[in-house]
Design a protein around this ligand. Structure first.
Ligand code: FPP
Length: 251
């Protein structure tokens, strides 16, 4: 066996020095996974939370610095009330049940998205999200970023608005605005660059996810549906990343 690859048992051996610092994931295919089993879509989301648990644990074990997952987009409110309700229920359950363990593991939670602007009736979810961020704020382990009520375009427009306010207040001049200023206004401020973006379930599109941040990320797509995306599937994806030749516009 070389530096990395599969060993005689078929399991993937990763060269940790080559792993991405920051992984982003679009966890797609929960609905289809459930439909294939003749079950409601919410059953797929429940299974999706289980898959997410495994991926967070494995990211932590591998020493990955930041993991950003797309849990709920600004467009997902268009889904049926039943499905939105199920997702919001899972979210509350997740943050109520898992917070202590994540905190013990030194995980630092950040929510990307506008949690102040969620529909009425979701106050308990809002409180749980603020509490999770507050409790884990000073943690120095895995940076777990959960995109929720998130849209990439909305994030960029929000950053522009914040900068405009700073100009208006005389804090900076228009010509001083550079990428560093702009990035400081994004939800991802101070996180490492996103190196690797995984989308499950065979779809090949961005769906308004991290539009600014993915500029030089390596993309990976797999036909595996999210609830089936286990540690081995993740290792396969990471192995593919370690073999990529990143050029950042150079040769
Ligand atoms: C996409 O599958 C998945 C989502 C829109 C939701 C992802 C959310 C979770 C896995 C759980 C919630 C997160 C936390 C942090 C508890 P889809 O429903 O679009 O699947 P389909 O394309 O097969 O219909």
């Amino acid at each position: 066996m070389g530096l990395f690859g599969k060993d005689e048992t078929g399991s993937v051996q990763l060269d940790r020095a080559l792993l991405p610092r920051h992984v982003a994931i679009i966890m797609d295919g929960n609905g289809r996974w459930a439909q294939k089993r003749g079950m409601p879509r919410s059953f797929g989301h429940k299974a999706g939370v289980e898959a997410l648990r495994g991926i967070i644990r494995h990211s932590d074990d591998l020493g990955i610095e930041a993991l950003t997952i797309y849990a709920f987009s600004t467009e997902n409110w268009k889904r049926s009330a039943e499905e939105v309700g199920a997702l919001m229920g899972l979210l509350l359950e997740y943050f109520t049940r898992e917070l202590d363990e994540l905190h013990r593991k030194n995980v630092c939670i950040r929510i990307l998205g506008d949690i102040g602007d969620m529909p009425k009736g979701l106050e308990r979810q809002q409180q749980a999200l603020y509490a999770a961020m507050e409790k884990t704020r000073a943690n120095t382990g895995l940076k777990l970023n959960i995109a929720l009520n998130y849209g990439g375009r909305q994030e960029i427009v929000r950053a522009a608005r914040m900068l405009a306010r700073k100009v208006q207040a005389g804090e900076i001049g228009v010509d001083d605005i550079d990428m560093a200023h702009f990035e400081a206004e994004l939800y991802t401020a101070d996180l490492p660059e996103v190196d690797f973006m995984i989308r499950t379930s065979g779809e090949i599109r961005l769906s308004n996810f991290l539009l600014y941040q993915l500029a030089y990320a390596e993309f990976y797509q797999t036909d595996v549906l999210w609830p089936d995306f286990d540690e081995n599937a993740y290792d396969e994806a990471l192995l593919a990343y370690t073999k990529r030749n990143r050029r950042f516009g150079g040769v």
